[in-house]
Every structure is written in C-alpha cells, then in structure tokens.
Design a protein around this ligand. Structure first.
Ligand code: 3PG
Length: 308
C-alpha cells in the first residue's frame, strides 16, 4: 500500500525515518509531501494514496474526493478538527488520531507560557512567580492532566473543570474539581485551555468568563483559536487592563490585539505546542503503526469518525 505523509509543518527527520521503517517492515511504501504551499499539491499527491498521515493539514471534502484509493487517514496528534469526517465516512474511509502521543510537549509549553507572561515576556522589569498561584485546567484529558502534574511540581494550586471526568479522578491526583466553569474562572490566576474545537466549544470563551478572573488573570491557549470569541476577548482586555492572553494559535485578528494590548498579549509565530522531536516521533510512529495494523488486521482502535 502507498502511505502518503503530508505535513505542511514537517516532522523531525527521526520521525520520518521511523515511519518509513515501520511502513516498510509491514510491506508498505512511504511517499513524503512536506512544506507544501497549496491544497492542489496535496490533492495531486493523495490521488493514488491508500493511507494518509497528516498533522494540522486540512483534509477537506475536496481532498477526500481527490483521494480515489484512500482507506485510512491518521492525524498524528490529538485534534482532528482539520479533517472532514463526514466526507471520510461517506466514502468508508477510517479516520484515527494518536491520542496522548504529543501531550507532554504541549503541556510543557503551557507551563512555559505561564512563566513567560509572569516575567513580562522576558523583558526588564519586576515580574512574578507561578509558585503559589492557582491554575484552572479547562478539560482534564491527556494534556490537561500533564499540565496539572507539572503545575503541582512548580508549587501551584490546581483546579480543573471537565464535565466528562469524575471529580474523584481529579481528587485522587491532588486536583480540586471546579463546581462550575464560572467558579473556576472566578478563582484562578491562570486558565489553561485544553478543549477541542467542536460546534459546542466554538467561541465559548468570551467576556463573561474572562472578566470573572481575579486581578492579573492570564488565559493560556494551547488548544485552538476557534474556541475563543475574539471580539469578546478584545473587549475583556480593554475593560480589564490587568488581564493577559497568551496563545499558541494566533487569533484571526492577532495583529490588532498586539497593537492594542502590547505585552499583555502574545502569540507564537506558528503553532509549536507539539514541535518537539519527541512528540514528532511518538505521534508519527504511532500513526505508522496504526496504519500497518489496520491493513494487517482491520483494527480500528482510535477511529474518530462514524462508520458508514
Ligand atoms: C494536536 O492537535 O495534536 C496539536 O494541536 C498539534 O498539532 P500539530 O501536529 O499541527 O503541531
């Protein structure tokens, strides 16, 4: 089978070599499309592929339509909002992610972002420490759990809100379950977002939640820009000159936010949460193994789309 690895943002070389080794051992061929600049290039490359490995690359309906032989798409990572699941389901194409494989890299970045904002974006002047501060984890999944673990090690108090996780599981890990999302925003110095972008979460973080934060509150977004209501974020930052926002996924209107709020906002130039050699290797190799197993045994563990 032909496995296309299409990564606009390339994997580390070690990950690509590992993917090749796993695929070849399973009797498959790997074709690489890196740093491509248009959807046309992806559509051309995927035309005769049986399997596709992507990162945040957009697998739209047009891409799926162009992929005449495609049987499986694996998103080497957690979020699969970049893939048109309906189009894949219609064609009987299996979509999987590789949950947990790049979580540590993202969690480390979330902690780094808290420190960066506490230290005035590494510019001169008196900053503050994160020890003794309280962080609220919004969604206690793979990344949220790791942020909690690291925050506790830094001497922070940790609260979490996740309607899908039992309070007892949080308590067992030394994390205080929030009784409501409002309570969490009202009592935490930092909020670290780990929710996926879904119709339910889209633009769900706005003025009401943000302005509940205590003085000097900082929102840390290593999740998705789509979960933020940008107009309301702008208004919250305007009305509350003490609030801060740091994100790994630049807002649509990031330039305006930068201009208006200076060092109170920061966006990484390109999403870098999962940009570590370790995360690339973990997620890339997991993707290759899942594809090899799928072709060998039909295993659909980690499938995220509906079956036809
Ligand atoms: C994910 O959903 O796994 C992260 O957002 C990482 O995305 P990336 O592979 O594009 O860096």
């Amino acid at each position: 089978m032909k496995i296309l690895v299409a990564t606009e943002k390339p994997f580390a070389a070690a990950a690509v070599n590992g993917i090749r080794e796993i695929a070849q051992a399973g009797g498959h061929e790997v074709v690489l499309l890196e740093k491509y600049t248009s959807a046309d290039q992806l559509m051309k490359a995927v035309a005769d592929a049986d399997a596709l490995i992507v990162r945040s690359d957009k697998v739209t309906k047009e891409v799926v339509d162009a992929a005449k032989s495609l049987k499986i798409v694996v998103r080497a990572g957690a979020g699969y909002d970049n893939i048109c699941l309906d189009a894949c389901t219609q064609r009987g194409i299996v979509v999987m992610n590789t949950p947990g494989q790049n979580s540590n890299a993202v969690a480390e970045l979330a902690i780094a972002m808290m420190i960066y904002m506490s230290r005035n974006c590494f510019t001169p002047g008196t900053g503050s420490e994160i020890r003794g501060k309280k962080v609220g984890i919004q969604a206690y999944g793979n990344v949220g759990r790791l942020v909690a673990e690291k925050a506790k090690a830094m001497g922070m108090e940790v609260m979490a809100f996740d309607p899908f996780v039992d309070s007892s599981a949080m308590e067992a890990e030394g994390v205080t379950p929030a009784s409501s999302i409002e309570q969490m925003y009202s009592s935490c110095d930092f909020i670290s977002l780990h929710i996926p972008a879904t119709p339910l979460t889209r633009e769900s973080i706005g003025y009401d939640l943000l302005t509940r934060m205590p003085a000097g509150g900082c929102l840390v977004n290593t999740a998705r820009k789509e979960v933020i209501n940008e107009a309301e974020l702008d208004k919250a930052l305007t009305d509350r000159p003490d609030l801060k926002y740091i994100t790994d996924i630049a807002a649509v209107h990031q330039a305006e936010l930068d201009e208006k709020f200076g060092k109170r906002v920061f966006a990484t130039p390109k999403k870098m949460g999962a940009e570590t050699a370790e995360a690339n290797i973990n997620a890339g190799l997991a993707a290759a193994r899942q594809i090899v197993e799928f072709f060998a045994t039909g295993c659909t563990r980690f499938q995220v789309n509906a079956k036809k």
